[in-house]
Design a binder for this molecule. Structure first.
Ligand code: FES
Length: 104
């Protein structure tokens, strides 16, 4: 069973927002889409951009460097130059805290 770790409070992540966190040294970007929180690898799969510095429009997460886009719900790359998907992590929200499953 996955080991979930608190990474932030829900109050730090408004709907439509992004937040960069770290778990075991791994950069993760949290995205709050339509009332649900998603956690993805925090470094763009194209080059070395921090996705928490990008933008979120509905479920579309845009990289701040070359504008590649990902589906924040699945990690799927949807717009070039992003081609490879982002790793996705399981998320739970409990008592106002955001918990992410430790990478296994
Ligand atoms: S670094 Fe993200 S699209 Fe190029």
């Amino acid at each position: 069973m996955a080991d979930f770790v608190r990474v932030a409070s829900l109050g730090e992540l408004p709907v439509g927002g992004l937040l960069g966190v770290e778990l075991d040294g791994q950069k993760i970007v949290l995205a709050h889409v339509d009332g649900a929180v998603y956690a993805l690898e925090g470094i763009c799969s194209h080059q070395e951009a921090l996705l928490a510095e990008g933008s979120l429009y509905e479920e579309c997460l845009m990289c701040p460097v070359h504008g590649g886009e990902f589906d924040a719900r699945t990690g799927e790359a949807i717009t070039l130059p992003a081609m490879d998907p982002l790793r996705r992590f399981e998320v739970r929200v409990e008592d106002g805290d955001i918990l992410v499953a430790r990478p296994g």
